[in-house]
Design a binder for this molecule. Structure first.
Ligand SMILES: [Zn+2]
Ligand SMILES: [Zn+2]
Length: 392
C-alpha cells in the first residue's frame, strides 16, 4: 500500500514553496487570476490531466483518470484570501496590500497540488476518477454555489466529495474527522428601522428608531436563550448598527446587520421566523416601520457517516499516534456544504497550530500563520482517503 505520509514528506519542499508563493500573492474571491494561472501551470506538468478553467468565474477543475471505471472522487480546495492587512514579519509576507491569506487557503491550494502530484503518480493503481476542484470565493461570496451552477457536480457526477481545512484551533497531529453536522448553516440578515427624525431636544415630535433598534437587539437575545432547546445549538448575532450623525439629531433611520447559525433545520426555521417576528413587533411597539431581509450563506455541512468512517480508518492507519477527533462541531460556516448537500462526503480538519513556535493565532487574525508541517499531514491524509475511496 502506498505510503502517502512518506510521499508527502518527500514532496514537502515543493508544497512549502507553493504555499509561500500563494501566501505572497493573495487574491480576493472571484479575483484569483494569478492563483488560477499558477494552478494550471502546475497541473499541466502532469500528463493526461484534463484541465478546465473559468468554472465559477476563476475556479479550476482537473480530471485524473476518467475512463469510466470505478467511482469519481471530488477533492476540493478553496483558494481565496481576505481583505485585511498582514501583520506577520515573515519572508513570505503578503505583497498585495490590504489582502492576506489569513484563513490558510494558500496551504489548501498547495496541498491540493501536492495531492494531484501524488495521485497522478499512483494513477495505474487507482480504479476511478479524481476530480480536483480549486474553488474561488469561499469567504462568504458564494464560490461553491457558483461552481455548482457551472456544472462542477456533473460530467462526471462525483460519487464522493472530500475537502479539508487547516485548523489553528488545534495543534499539529490533531485531526477532526467527525460524522454528522460539523459546520453550521449560516444566514445573514439586515433590519432597517424607519421612524421620523427631528431635534434631540424634542423627542416627542419624532419617532425614534434608535430606541426601537436598541429594544430589537435586546429582544433578539431571547431567541437562543428562551426559545431553543438548551440541548440544540444556535446563534443570533447583531454585528453592525448604523444610525445618526451627531449629538442633537434623532435620525430617521437605523440599519442593523447580523448573522444566524444553526445545525438542525427546525432550529434554523425557528430562528429565522422569530428574527422577523421580533423585529417587526418591537418596531411596531415603538411606532416604527421595519424591513427585514434574510439571505442564505450556506446550509449546514453534514459529513456522511460511511465516507467519514472510511476516512477515520485511513487517518488511524497513517497517523497511529495522532488524536483523531470523531466528534467535533464548530459554528463556523463552510460553503462546501453546497457540494456536500448533493454528494456524500467528508470534510476533514487538520490541526495546524504550534504554540511553541508562536504559530497559533486564530483564523482571520492579522498574525494568522500555521506550522507548515501540517501541509505534509493534510496532503497525505486527503490523498490516502481519496485513494481508499477509489479502491472499492
Ligand atoms: Zn476563513
Ligand atoms: Zn477558510
Amino acid at each position: 500500500m502506498t505510503d502517502y505520509v512518506a510521499k508527502a514528506r518527500e514532496l514537502f519542499p515543493y508544497t512549502q514553496k507553493l504555499r509561500r508563493e500563494f501566501h505572497r500573492h493573495p487574491e480576493l474571491g472571484f479575483q484569483e487570476i494569478r492563483t488560477a494561472r499558477r494552478i494550471v501551470e502546475e497541473l499541466s506538468q502532469l500528463p493526461g490531466l484534463e484541465v478546465q478553467t473559468g468554472v465559477g468565474v476563476t475556479g479550476v477543475v482537473a480530471l485524473l483518470g476518467g475512463d469510466g471505471r470505478g467511482p469519481v472522487v471530488l477533492l476540493r480546495v478553496d483558494m481565496d484570501a481576505l481583505p485585511m492587512s498582514e501583520e506577520n514579519d515573515v519572508p513570505y509576507v503578503s505583497q498585495n496590500a490590504g489582502v492576506m491569506h489569513a484563513c490558510g487557503h494558500d496551504g489548501h491550494v498547495a496541498m491540493g497540488l501536492a495531492a494531484a502530484k501524488m495521485l497522478h503518480a499512483e494513477r495505474e493503481n487507482l480504479a476511478g476518477t479524481v476530480k480536483f476542484v480549486f474553488q474561488p470565493a469561499e469567504e462568504g461570496d458564494g464560490g461553491a454555489a457558483r461552481m455548482v451552477e457551472d456544472g462542477v457536480l456533473e460530467n462526471p457526477r462525483p460519487d464522493y466529495a472530500l475537502a479539508l481545512h487547516l485548523w489553528n484551533e488545534k495543534p499539529l497531529d490533531w485531526y477532526g474527522v467527525a460524522a454528522g453536522p460539523t459546520m453550521a448553516a449560516a444566514e445573514t440578515f439586515s433590519i432597517t428601522i424607519t421612524g421620523k427624525g427631528g431635534h434631540g431636544a424634542a423627542p416627542h415630535t419624532t419617532v425614534d428608531p434608535i430606541v426601537a433598534a436598541s429594544h430589537i437587539v435586546t429582544s433578539l437575545q431571547s431567541i437562543v436563550s428562551r426559545e431553543i432547546d438548551p440541548i440544540d445549538t444556535g446563534v443570533v448575532s447583531v454585528t453592525s448598527i448604523h444610525g445618526g450623525t451627531t449629538h442633537n439629531i434623532i435620525p430617521p433611520r437605523v440599519e442593523m446587520l447580523g448573522t444566524t447559525r444553526s445545525f438542525e433545520p427546525e432550529v434554523r426555521e425557528l430562528i429565522l421566523k422569530r428574527v422577523r417576528q421580533i423585529a417587526t413587533s418591537v418596531a411596531e411597539t415603538f411606532r416604527c416601520q421595519v424591513k427585514v431581509e434574510v439571505a442564505d450563506v450556506c446550509p449546514a455541512l453534514v459529513n456522511d457517516p460511511e465516507v467519514t468512517a472510511r476516512a477515520q480508518k485511513v487517518a488511524r492507519r497513517i497517523f497511529p499516534n495522532a488524536t483523531i477527533a470523531t466528534e467535533y462541531q464548530t459554528m463556523g460556516a463552510e460553503d462546501m456544504a453546497w457540494m456536500m448537500d448533493e454528494i456524500p462526503g467528508t470534510y476533514i480538519l487538520i490541526g495546524s497550530a504550534n504554540p511553541a513556535k508562536g504559530l497559533d493565532a486564530k483564523h482571520h487574525h492579522p498574525r494568522f500563520d500555521f506550522d507548515e508541517e501540517a501541509l505534509v499531514n493534510g496532503a497525505a491524509l486527503i490523498s490516502a482517503v481519496a485513494a481508499d475511496l477509489l479502491r472499492q
